[in-house]
Design a protein around this ligand. Sequence first.
Ligand code: PMP
Length: 416
Amino acid sequence: MTNAAVESEVRTYCRSWPTTFTHGLGSRLHDDAGRSYLDFFAGAGALNYGHNHPVLKQALMSYLDQDGVIHSLDMATTARAGFLAAFGRRILAPRNLDYRVQFCGPTGTNSVEAALKLARKVTGRSTVVAFTGAFHGMSLGSLAVTGNASKRAGAGVTLGHTYRVPYDGFGDVGGSGLLLLERMLDDSSSGVDLPAAVIVETVQGEGGVNVARTQWLTDLAGLCRSRGILLIVDDVQMGCGRTGPFFSFEATGVVPDIVCLSKSISAYGLPMALTLFRPELDVWTPGEHNGTFRGSNPAFVTATAALEEFWQDGILEKQTADRATLVEGQLRTLADRYAGQITGCRGRGLVWGLEFKDPAMAPRVSAHAFARGLLVETSGSADQVVKLLPPLTTTEDELAEGLAILTASITTSLRT
Ligand code: PMP
């Protein structure tokens, strides 16, 4: 089972899913008791192409076979150059995006740290606007812009230089957070200084699958532009196709000044992160945001293979849209059947959340689903949302199977 005798109390997911996993392929994980699980958690969004995708595995195996350089800080390697070329060719150029690529430490939180530092350096201002329900990571800069009280409490120091605004749909104030922000910025006695940046998720994954409306996002972008505030989109969880297009903001027409990417960018669950920004913002001096693991070549190899495999045509994006329709239909039917107990059904692409009136219900559903062979996690301020994050490569049959298990788990949970 788990290593409870030696491993720190800080461990989490092994508590929700108390078994020992051995191997995985596609959307399925297997444990040492011979059980198999449909994985609708997908490494918290790090496995958008599933476990051990054969094309990515082959690219990695052949790189290893050639004794390709594994670790190289930010020295030039063929693997790094190959990724940069493919990212330009498959992602940036077709979208008319002119971004510099910064390889940062290989975690989402480090990409956010780089974004915040850069925005502060470029503007010479210190405050960053962040939203209720936001999740941006666990290091101090990212934690300061994260909303969750218990995570923030772990900092042990004052988390400052942040101005908090209601996210779209927060509580019963709807989209009025932006109006509040605008009024505060326009009133020289409001006590709110002009911020360096606004950091936003287009869909808040950890915050409970809160989906911002397109209009709200374009209004936010307009507000930033008109006042010289940099717009950072944290696409760590919603990027790499999770909502359909490669970047979650594509459908809105918003072009952020800075973008954070991690999780599924390596495509294979290998640690990797990028911060993208407009070339004019590239005011870094060499080594100013440094890190030992900015050159994980195996991650570059699998990332490149995924860009060639999934992003040279619109097939995956179209497939995600089709599967989204299928998932949404079934979840809405479920939500209707249990109206009163299920108080929200939200999502986009292949990220969906069912919100329960009784917050105790979501962990119960997750536990029943685990017992039946399905991994689904919970999210939201009171863990009241069951969150579905299947790999984008999950087949229709697997989606149907997972949704059937989810339905049975909800039925059981609401009865007991
Ligand atoms: N930003 C967002 C939107 C995230 O969802 C996460 C991780 N859940 C992070 C940042 C932090 O990423 P990491 O855990 O890799 O530091």
